[in-house]
Design a protein around this ligand. Structure first.
Ligand SMILES: Cc1ncc(COP(=O)(O)O)c(C=O)c1O
Length: 469
């Protein structure tokens, strides 16, 4: 048997997290309205499928872009041979224009400071490789995107130290919380190289406030460390307050050209805003030319293919299309978000008030049998196997408090979202009625719960079959 290296087998990848296990369970039994109506609905995947028609209409009107043609002439050979890791100039220009458009053109970006990568996954890892040695640390506010354990830690050997944020203040990043994380790193003998935030936040779906951004800048200034701002969801902000990019704050506070200006780096990708995770298009934006040069060298391990760059440079440099897409996509996200929030409200479940993202941060603390992460896992398993919804438990996002779940709303049809809400409603009713019976007779607690759950599972499959007819 092959003996794999310790890097290949070490478990800092995080693949055993319930976040990834939920995907595996979904793969075994995926919901399909016609073929598998009792299957699991995938609500654990932050994908944006709401605006494909806009992209498809553009493709239909601009057939040259996807057919390796320029002004009707084939450029197949040119694209097939192109392998410069600096990327196509036309594409980098189009990307920085799109990034500025998303930020209401309050800031502009220089294409020479942009490094193309195969998605934000590669951008985050590359930046960490460039900025830190194995055994050094980045501070991250909790809850955070479960993929960061893989992207920031696994191959780099870098550590993540949590900045503990709580629901009691709407998960705001505070000065004492950042300082406590810094001190915790010191006690663990970890040198802190920087702070990494996602703005808007995955999994919370909220944007950072100016106050928080100021706090972050002041902190990295005082400590002489880096700040990585993962702005992959910047185009999904559908409600006020509007998105404020870290670059805007730096410009407003006259940091341009200072040492700190060189220690702030943005990560971006078209996976969420344009709904193209399969195309693998990401970017690092840094004011530090040394970081740009090093990251460009490293980008050889995860380049964006030339035909993808060619296609997207044509699409994004169509500024009328890009402007319209951003506005229309945000409108659609807003409607979907309202559908989920209002649907859950009718079941007595509330969400953290949010203004961005492809998901809600849902409060199910009242449905736990005890205030523990074991109870959260028990509830999660019921929701996956009995209710038939794959959602992500807060513990997989390193949330400090049991009972919160991330629920995605943009990767399915309206009908599927309605069904998901009906399933939750039915489940919550069952729990409430079994709780009432428990109150009447505590000695028969387990039996009552089992019977009502069995009845509920039967009713659910019966209702679904009914719908099918
Ligand atoms: C905050 C954050 N960063 C990075 C990524 C990875 O994105 P990509 O598909 O561009 O690699 C994700 C994907 O979910 C994310 O949520």
């Amino acid at each position: 048997m092959t003996t794999l290296s310790s890097k290949a087998t070490c478990n800092s990848h995080g693949q055993d997290s319930s976040y990834f296990l939920g995907w595996q369970e979904y793969e075994k039994n995926p919901y399909d309205e016609a073929k598998n109506p009792n299957g699991i609905i995938q609500m654990g995947l932050a994908e944006n499928q709401l605006s494909f028609d806009l992209l498809e209409s553009w493709l239909a009107e601009n057939p040259d872009a996807a057919a390796f043609k320029r002004n009707g002439e084939s450029i197949f050979r040119e694209l097939a041979l192109f392998q410069d890791y600096h990327g196509l100039a036309a594409f980098k220009n189009a990307m920085v224009q799109f990034m500025a458009e998303i930020r209401g053109n309050k800031v502009s970006f220089d294409p020479n400071k942009l490094v193309l990568t195969a998605g934000a996954t590669s951008a985050n890892e590359t930046l960490v490789f460039c900025l830190a040695e194995p055994g050094e640390a980045f501070l991250l506010p909790t809850p955070y995107y479960p993929g960061f354990d893989r992207d920031l830690k696994w191959r780099t050997g870098v550590e993540i130290v949590p900045i503990h944020c709580t629901s009691s203040n709407g998960y705001k990043i505070t000065a004492p919380a950042i300082e406590a994380a810094y001190q915790l790193a010191q006690t663990r003998n970890l040198k802190v190289k920087g702070v990494l935030v996602t703005n808007p936040s995955n999994p919370l779906g909220i944007t950072l406030t100016r106050r928080e951004l100021d706090l972050l800048i002041n902190f990295i200034d005082a400590k002489g460390i880096h700040l990585i701002s993962d702005e992959i969801y910047s185009g999904t902000v559908f409600n006020s307050p509007s998105f404020v990019s870290i670059m805007e704050v730096l410009v407003n506070r006259n940091y341009v050209g200072t040492g700190l200006w060189n220690r702030v780096h943005i990560v971006y990708s078209l996976s969420k805003d344009l709904g193209l995770p399969g195309f693998r298009v990401g970017a690092i934006y840094s004011n530090d030319h040394l970081v740009v040069a090093a990251a460009t060298k490293m980008s050889s391990f995860g380049l964006v293919s030339s035909q993808t760059q060619y296609l997207l440079s044509a699409m994004l440099s169509d500024s009328k299309f890009a402007k319209n897409y951003i506005v229309e996509n945000q409108k659609r996200l807003q409607n979907r978000h309202a559908m989920l929030v209002n649907g859950l409200k009718t079941t007595g479940i509330s969400c953290l008030e949010s203004n961005a993202g492809l998901f809600c941060w849902v409060d199910m603390r009242h449905l736990l049998s005890s205030k523990t992460f074991e109870a959260e896992m028990d509830l999660w398993k019921k929701i996956v196997y009995q209710v038939g919804l794959n959602i992500s438990p807060g513990s997989s996002c390193h949330c400090d408090e049991p009972g919160w779940f991330r629920v995605c709303f943009a990767n399915m049809s309206e009908e599927t979202l309605e069904l998901a809400i009906r399933r939750i409603k039915s489940f919550v009713n069952t729990i409430s009625s079994s709780k009432t019976s428990e109150g009447l007779s505590s000695s028969s607690t387990k039996n009552t719960r089992r019977k009502s759950l069995a009845k509920w599972v039967f009713r659910l499959s019966f209702n679904d079959r009914d719908r099918e007819r």
